[in-house]
Design a protein around this ligand. Structure first.
Ligand code: CA
Length: 456
């Protein structure tokens, strides 16, 4: 941390000479892009073949590509709760998705927790959220009350892409608005507008596309473009992913035109792994969304900051909880150590000022499903197996060869470490959404145990 701070005067000097003399302009802009239910194997840079994703691939190629990037939950809302607080969300009971609609008036991201937007606003940033929220519907939970100067998007976990299908509202601030554009394009338009309007001062833009979450709605031109994909769900998925990638390209262009690209840190992740229901592919990973297998929690993870971070692959395990402390360090307002966040500032590791691994262990708990990763080892209890199983991810990323019998000491050590972590957590503040709605939690076929509730 000390060595990182020593870098600050250098980039302050560089920015002032480029942009003028305002002290505030020394702080980088932050663009945090979150995809929804994106398959681990579907981006070009991660081996995807049938959907061109040149814009995300370019962010990856020019930035830091995390090859063991994780999220702390295999579901939309828990992951976002961890992302915006820098803490394992089970520390404050946000283990499951909140329910939808008026029945969930008391369920949302605890108002006792400061969000990333709260913190950046305190640091003088103009803050905006464009896209999906999914951290509570009641007014006190909504983005305008959680640190965002501007909000354009929807509150729930999923939203139709075409106006004729919409039932829940789109909001601007706290007001409902009529939005007729294809939703991904509308979010891109609003993100570009936010950049154009706020380029003169440091800004934080959180762009949480709901692509490629269900419902599977692609634009007609994209259905045509991907007509060679025989499976209809996959064809729609391809169109939805392509539209998101196009949008991200427009956002990067807007930064370029505004003259702030060099001084903007862009982070890109998916909120969880791909589920079978949207036609996604998690590549060689086992499992999918809603499980603690790698297919549920290992995600595309990119940091791109042209002025500060060299293009590289980074192999140590990291987690989305790290983004909050990393971003706050980047803007010169590092989180105090006394806060004891679970996330770690990654910048010293990326700049070569710190060696070793940012985390000794990463942990998961999602109801009865659990996992811990320590070095290359992962101990996991997930849908489809009755007992915890031990895998060495270095040569078994697909979690196929259980080493429990041959590595009893590793097994015991990981189990003990997980138990100790688990003892620091609280009980879930509410039940899983499926139970709230009385829906059946069981899927079928390959998605055995997968919750098929479309409002996930
Ligand atoms: Ca999701």
């Amino acid at each position: 941390m000390k060595r990182l701070l020593s870098l600050v005067p250098l980039f302050v000097a560089a920015i002032v000479s480029h942009n003028g003399t305002k002290a505030a302009e020394s702080q980088p802009n932050i663009v945090l892009i979150v995809a929804d239910d994106l398959g681990y194997g579907d981006l070009g840079y991660l081996g995807g073949k049938d959907v061109p994703t040149p814009n995300v691939d370019k962010l990856a190629a020019d930035g830091v590509r995390f090859t063991s990037g994780y999220v702390s939950g295999p579901y939309c809302s828990p992951t976002r709760a961890g992302l915006l607080t820098g803490k394992y969300q089970q520390r404050f009971g946000h283990e499951f998705n909140p329910g939808q609609g008026p029945n969930s008036a008391d369920i949302g991201l605890s108002v006792n927790e400061a969000t990333l937007a709260n913190r950046l606003k305190s640091a003088g940033y103009t803050t905006g959220l464009v896209g999906k929220w999914h951290l509570g519907n009641a007014e006190k939970f909504r983005p305008p009350q959680r640190g965002y100067d501007e909000f354009f998007g929807f509150l729930g976990g999923a939203h139709p892409y075409f106006i004729e299908d919409r039932q829940a509202p789109i909001y601007r601030g706290n007001e409902e608005v009529k939005e007729s554009e294809y939703l991904t394009d509308a979010f891109t338009r609003e993100a570009v507008s936010f950049i154009d309007r706020h380029k003169e001062k440091p800004f934080f833009l959180q762009l949480t596309y709901n692509a490629v979450h269900t419902p599977m709605h692609a634009k007609p031109e994209h259905k045509k473009q991907f007509a060679s994909i025989a499976d209809e769900t996959r064809r729609n998925y391809a169109g939805m992913l392509f539209a998101m990638d196009e949008g991200i390209g427009k956002v990067v262009d807007a930064l370029q035109k505004a003259g702030v690209r060099e001084n903007t840190l862009i982070a890109f992740i998916s909120d969880n792994g791909g589920p079978p229901v949207n036609g996604s592919s998690n590549g060689s990973l086992r499992g999918f969304k809603a499980t603690t297998w790698e297919g549920g929690v290992r995600v595309p993870f990119i940091l791109n900051w042209p002025g500060q971070l060299q293009a590289a692959e980074y192999h140590q395990p990291v987690i989305q909880l790290d983004l909050l402390p990393t971003i706050l360090a980047a803007v010169g307002k590092p989180v105090a150590a006394e806060e004891k966040l679970d996330g770690v500032n990654l910048l010293p590791f990326l700049k070569g000022d710190a060696t070793g691994a940012p985390h000794e262990s990463l942990f998961w708990r999602f109801g009865q499903q659990t996992a811990i990763r320590q070095g290359d080892w992962k101990l996991v209890k997930a849908n489809g197996i009755d007992q915890p199983a031990l895998f060495n991810l270095k040569d078994d990323i697909g979690e196929q060869h259980d080493k429990s019998a041959s590595e009893p000491e590793v097994f015991a050590k990981l189990q003990k470490t997980w138990d100790e972590w688990n003892a620091t957590l609280v009980e879930p503040a509410w039940k899983p959404a499926a139970q709230q709605h009385g829906a059946k939690g069981k899927g079928k076929g390959k998605g055995k145990g997968q919750n098929k509730n479309k409002n996930l």
